[in-house]
Ligand binder design. Structure first.
Ligand SMILES: [Zn+2]
Length: 343
């Protein structure tokens, strides 16, 4: 009994002098002294070994010890609460945080990025140039000398103070600037915004976006052009359609062609989108005209190349089955939020 009494007194001293640097001091105390494996509990278990005549006295001592421990615990809980005024309140730290709303990428940007990444995998680098151009880069160097009837194909916005300057009507002007640098071979794509003085309708706008491509080296053939574009449409639209080339005319390429794919909407049977032909035109292309090469200081006897150009709006309309291109520039959130994405 003496032994148990000594233990009780020692424990009382320990409880009275208890201190800890732990932030959660009350919990540390509880575990050490009054938890199911704590010191107070284990001393109380000794009661069964106490002689019957001493049980009463020892019971009182143990009860005092238990009360002392519980009071101390209550005291320490207040200390902990003061350190963390909000602890024990309704804040649940395991709940997920408030998410920030994700913006949406414009469908034109999504498609432009996709086109660029497909050609980058083929080794094409991105080239950019000014949107305000001079006559040489926008027309003359591209085999459209003054009074050339083909200039009428592209209604142009001229700068009113100085009509020698204009908003570029195509990104071919960037190709001219790259060719003039004189570094061969050239393998570039030029994405960018272009402007034409057109009446705004469901199928035309006064500004739109193009991606043009140019490959010039010493042995480039029309077969290279076809293979490159086959790869592009397959990556862009998948395997489930047919492709055809139609002869066409552009002043800067010879021979020239337009590339059609079988209508993605009706599967080639005929619908409004394909004007009941079963085919939709997606781009123009051809071998770079020798005059263009010479204009840009490239020896047309030694070098050849192909070029192609497509409207990003047109590809986007086909891909997402959009019928009116005016919606691209109306900033209607109901339309744009359908393209919500983190990438
Ligand atoms: Zn169709």
């Amino acid at each position: 009994m003496e032994n148990l009494l000594t233990q009780i007194n020692n424990l009382k001293d320990e409880i009275n002098n208890f201190s800890s640097n732990d932030e959660n001091i009350a919990e540390v105390f509880r575990i050490k002294f009054i938890g199911s494996n704590g010191s107070v509990k284990s001393l109380m278990a000794e009661m069964k070994n106490v002689a019957p005549e001493n049980k009463r006295e020892m019971g009182k001592e143990l009860n005092d010890l238990k009360l002392l421990a519980e009071n101390k615990w209550e005291e320490l809980k207040k200390t902990t609460d003061n350190r963390h005024p909000t602890s024990g309140s309704t804040i649940d730290l395991s709940l997920p945080g408030n998410s920030l709303p994700i913006g949406s990428r414009h469908p034109i940007s999504i498609v432009r990025n996709k086109i660029v990444s497909i050609f980058q995998r083929l080794g094409f680098a991105v080239a950019e140039g000014p949107e305000i151009e001079d006559d040489w880069h926008n027309f003359t160097a591209l085999n459209l000398p003054e009074n050339h009837p083909a200039r009428d194909m592209q209604d142009t916005f001229y700068v009113s103070q100085d009509p020698a300057w204009m908003l570029r009507t195509h990104t071919s002007s960037v190709q001219v600037r790259e060719m003039e640098k004189g570094k061969l071979p050239i393998r570039i794509i030029c994405p960018g915004r272009v402007y034409r003085n057109e009446t705004i309708s469901a199928r035309a706008h006064c500004f739109f976006h193009q991606v043009e491509g140019l490959y010039i080296a010493d042995d480039v053939s029309f077969a290279d052009l076809k293979q490159t574009l086959y790869f592009f449409v397959k990556e862009m639209f998948g395997d489930d359609f047919k492709v055809r080339f139609r002869p066409s005319y552009f002043p800067f390429t010879e021979p020239s062609a337009e590339m059609d794919i079988s209508c993605l909407i009706c599967g080639g049977k005929g619908c409004n989108v394909c004007k009941h032909t079963g085919w939709v035109e997606i781009l123009g292309c051809g071998m770079v005209h020798p005059n263009v090469l010479e204009n840009c200081g490239i020896d047309s006897k030694k070098y050849s190349g192909f070029a192609f150009g497509m409207g990003i709006e047109r590809i986007t309309m086909l891909k997402y089955q959009i019928k009116d291109l005016r919606i691209f520039s109306e900033n209607d959130v109901r339309f744009l939020k359908q393209f919500e994405s983190a990438v």
